[in-house]
Write a protein that binds this ligand. Structure first.
Ligand code: ZN
Length: 65
């Protein structure tokens, strides 16, 4: 499957802006902000972990609520 065809469309859970990404989560803008605001604090790694290696199946996340 071409990964470009697998993009999810969803409202960003943080700011509500429509977002398209391969995995459900904060939009790129929010991720940037979260990284910036959490840098040196708690666990910034959680913010940037929406990577292909993530074990959560996008469709399960998107449909559970
Ligand atoms: Zn956002």
């Amino acid at each position: 499957m071409d990964p470009r065809d697998a993009l999810l469309e969803f409202p960003c859970p943080r700011c509500g802006t429509g977002s398209r990404d391969r995995f459900y989560g904060p939009c790129q803008t929010c991720r940037d902000q979260l990284v910036a605001t959490s840098a040196g604090q708690a666990r910034p790694a959680d913010v940037g972990r929406f990577e292909p290696a993530m074990h959560v199946v996008p469709n399960q996340v998107a449909t559970k609520e």
